[in-house]
Design a protein around this ligand. Sequence first.
Ligand code: M6R
Length: 596
Amino acid sequence: MCGIFGIVTREERTLGPVLIEAGRRLAYRGYDSVGCAVLCDDGTIDLRKDVGRVEEVAERLGFAEMRGRRGITQLRWATFGAPSRTNAQPHLDSEGRMVGAHNGNVVNNVELRERFIAEGMTVRSTNDGESCVHAVERYRRAGDDMVTAIRKAANDLHGDYAFVIGEAGDDRLYAIKMGSGLVAGIGDGFTCVSSDLPSILPLTRRVIRLNDGEIAVLDADGVTVVGVETGETVHREPELVEDDMETAEKGGFPHFMLKEIHEQPKVAGDLLHLLGESKHVVPFLEMAGRARHLYLVGCGTSHHACLEGAVYLNRLAGRSATPVLAPQFIAQYGASVGPEDVGIFVSQSGETKDVLNAVEAARARGMGVLALANVLGSTLMNAADHYLPLACGYEISVPATKTFTNQVIAFLFIAHRLGNRDADCLARIPALLEAAIERALPQVEAIARELADREDLYCLGYGLTFGIALEGALKLKEITYAHCEGMLSTEFKHGPLSAVTEGYPVLFVPGPEDVPVMISAINEVTCRGGRAICIAEPDPRIEANADHVVELPAAPPEVNPLLAVVPLQLLAYRLSVLRGHDPDFPRNLSKTLTVD
Ligand code: M6R
């Protein structure tokens, strides 16, 4: 998803390196183009942008040498308009006197473009970020001051977005938050603003988190916040962010994904420690415990954690809970839920629009809103009645790994507590994860080499490993670009079995309690010439039936799924690398999906 950053300094200086660094820190969201603009004291605007990676475009276009007093960086993930130099952001107004960039979606972009063109403005791209600039230009042309023009523009721009804009001959930048994240930072002789806190923290820890419907006016000495509706100044005291920001470096690993897989034992321990002490736990559990019915709502990997959560809640707490993909929540349950029900909304980023839409729908029906989220201060956390943080630190790689593990652990913890069960087995999880990684590394290598050229495979689970099979398949498709379908093992015979030919690979994830039912599925594949690769605890029954077994450490049945996902993550990673892809930043994908 797009990311924006803007900075205002007291004197003209070389801003390029600051803008490049901010861009690098926004890169985890996923993007296809990057641009920088600086506004100089002589009234000129230097704008450079193109499709490509931050480092590569910066080198090619010489971002590092860019000098000015105000600067804007934007990383674009295409929604309106194909990835191209013209559609890359920032954008100029008609006369080249204003420059701005946005994050989010302006849903009436097409209508606005037509209107701007009809009014004689110079519209260069099909990107909605440009519409933000022209929307302000329109009112500036009519004589409004910048803040008034932005306030009026906000009425014309429909959707969820945030943008930053500056004008020649002014010494300020202006940023507005209308549904997308925006944080302002105050430093010594400069101020800055960004869609993401991590791109600000290396510069300053004094921040103001903007609310929707607020405009930040940045000059070198401070930030003034103005309400969009009232036009009045809103007093906002800066807060000091003290959290230790983990440096987003790979720590000796070739990719963030591998580093993050290896971090799983540690973050699991951190989460368990936090849950043992956190003041958030009791109110969270009380609300969940009172619910008539629980809905577990998420997308992608977070949805797979919900699938695991539903089994845990049923098995350990005797609670029925319905896992549902966030965009289906209204269609499937909108007319039947009410104030007695509670949703547990699950999201790494806490910014996924599909999830936030479901939260809004739940709220409108009076439901209780609980959240499991990783990014502190995210929109989901703020919107929830109560939340549990996932305590994973920054997850940079687009494929989610450590956050999935901690989502599943959080559900395991919740289920134990709601079921009044002894949760001693949880303390073993970090060491078991460590052992699972160690064991899987050499075993996965051989399978990765065997599967490297395969374009099609299945991954089958059952019961507690159903969500794991879906998650493994998602990881494989996401970063290898091969087709891999996750499925309940018993469903395979209801259709997909017809795909099996000599050597056709099928991954099986048999949990220790489901070996007999899995053996049937394995044999349905092998007797037709297919190749059965199992990820399981050592078990003579599996060894006798499968072609290949990746062995997991023995663990309590509820912990087994957490270990089974590890070889699947590693297999996806190795396959991605063997196939020449970058697992951290798969094509077409974004870490945070803030659009419908
Ligand atoms: O931030 P969220 O957990 O809400 O993101 C949901 C999905 O977009 C995300 O899990 C996605 O499926 C992952 N990239 C998969 O690895």
